[in-house]
Design a protein around this ligand. Structure first.
Ligand code: AKG
Length: 298
């Protein structure tokens, strides 16, 4: 073990790193103890409840996109307990090991709560949503409950991250979503379904094609995700992107600034929340129409 590795609060076996780099996704076991996970799950539950207060619609009354999940983004900015989860040194250290990065910025977090009766999440790549080119990006998918095919498990196309950015998929269904699984670059490789127990975390690369099954169970599927981007990455395109526009990152500029804190190496102080926050529920796309000055943190 070299000195640098000894600094990681959670050391990832080289076979796990190798699997991530080969397949574009991997599970890390026992990242959270049951009591710590419970502590965070309660905080995320409370924040989601606060943000969705007054929305009494049944699943059938929601848009196609909303039927995939209740989406609440950047909870770390409005809840101090969730901030500790999204800036957790174990998570950030694992992300750094998987990407082989010296530093990581927090790109976003979000609760993705798939309701009973919720539809599938359409196959897509995350990274093509954002003007960040081929920056190294990794996502931690953190279930608060056991997840199987019956209640909204994820499936990943092994090796698909090596294809780079394919045509973006409009998972919001504002337009007909591209059938990315039929993209010739994927060579017909079938997605692999992954069941996961709470405490374990599934990681996927920003270019890995993934989807989630419908929730046919009677219970809510509670998942929280944290996305990290390698330090030194730059904005590549001018089109709107909430976190980049908020931090005033120009094309060619480094991805950093207000709302994009460095979380690896572990900072001396927990990052502070940005001055301006985005919409409480749903995707945060555009700064000008969606943002407001932050109220008191809960
Ligand atoms: O959990 C889901 O339904 C989808 C998650 C997803 O697409 C992601 O974490 O990138």
């Amino acid at each position: 073990m070299n000195e640098k590795k000894a600094d990681y609060p959670y050391l990832v076996a080289s076979s796990v790193v190798e699997e991530f780099r080969r397949k574009g996704f991997v599970i890390t076991n026992d990242v959270f103890t049951p009591s710590i996970l419970d502590h965070y799950a309660n905080a995320v539950d409370a924040e989601v409840a606060l943000r969705t207060l007054g929305d009494d619609r049944g699943i059938g009354e929601k848009t196609t996109y909303e039927q995939s999940f209740v989406q609440c983004m950047r909870l770390w900015e409005t809840n101090e307990v969730v901030r500790a989860l999204s800036c957790d040194a174990c998570l950030a250290g694992i992300g750094a090991q998987l990407l082989g990065a010296d530093g990581l910025h927090l790109w976003q977090d979000q609760a993705l709560y798939k309701e009973s009766g919720g539809r599938e999440t359409d196959p897509h790549q995350d990274q093509t949503f954002w003007p960040i080119g081929d920056a190294d990006l990794v996502s931690a998918w953190i279930p608060f409950d056991a997840v199987t095919f019956e209640n909204g498990a994820m499936a990943y196309v092994p090796g698909s991250h090596k294809a780079g950015g394919l045509k973006p998929v409009d998972i919001t269904h504002s337009t007909e979503p591209y059938d990315i699984l039929a993209d010739p670059a994927l060579k017909g490789v079938a997605p692999e379904w992954v069941s996961v127990n709470p405490g374990n975390v599934v990681w996927h690369h920003g270019f890995t094609v993934h989807q989630a099954s419908a929730n046919t169970s009677p219970k809510l599927r509670r998942v929280f995700t944290v996305v990290f981007v390698a330090a030194g990455s730059r904005r590549t395109k001018p089109w709107p992107a909430f976190p980049l526009d908020r931090a005033k990152v120009p094309v060619g500029g480094l991805i950093k600034g207000d709302g994009l804190p460095l979380v690896w190496p572990v900072p001396n102080q927990q990052p502070s929340a940005p001055e301006v926050v985005g919409v409480a529920v749903g995707p945060q796309f555009q700064l000008d129409i969606e943002s407001k000055a932050r109220g008191p943190t809960s």
